[in-house]
Design a protein around this ligand. Structure first.
Ligand code: NAG
Length: 117
């Protein structure tokens, strides 16, 4: 599993909240993750299995991880994994699974341009 996130750190002058919003809106599917969190791993596997290539942002690899994590939890009210699709906050693993089970995950991914088939 590749990790594209490592080189994507916020510039020092960027506020953590602004950075979180920018990352969340910057790709069709964004997962804020921690490399040690098993639900983060599971949600990545779910998306990769569907043929979706999410932008994975490993919060704990960021030198400003504590600040980013605080901004993330204050803006979403959720701990990692935090999933955004098409720039919109979806939620954590449980919400993604709920969307998957009720049949709205695939249309959401297609609308966001993350899935074509
Ligand atoms: C599917 O589940 C999501 C998450 O709970 C909910 O927001 C959405 O309204 C549901 N859609 C349908 C068609 O049930």
């Amino acid at each position: 599993m590749q990790n594209q996130a490592t080189e994507w750190y916020p510039p020092p002058e960027t506020a953590a909240e602004e950075w979180v919003a920018r990352v969340a809106a910057g790709s069709a599917v964004v997962i804020f993750s921690k490399s040690t969190c098993s639900m983060c791993h599971a949600v990545k596997v779910l998306f990769y299995g569907m043929g979706v290539n999410p932008r994975v942002y490993e919060v704990d690899e960021d030198p400003r991880s504590e600040e980013i994590e605080r901004a993330l939890s204050s803006s979403t009210g959720t701990a990692v994994p935090v999933v955004f699709i098409g720039g919109k906050f979806v939620g954590s693993m449980d919400r993604v699974i709920t969307f998957h089970i009720n049949g709205t995950l695939v249309p959401l991914l297609k609308n966001a341009g993350a899935l074509w088939l």
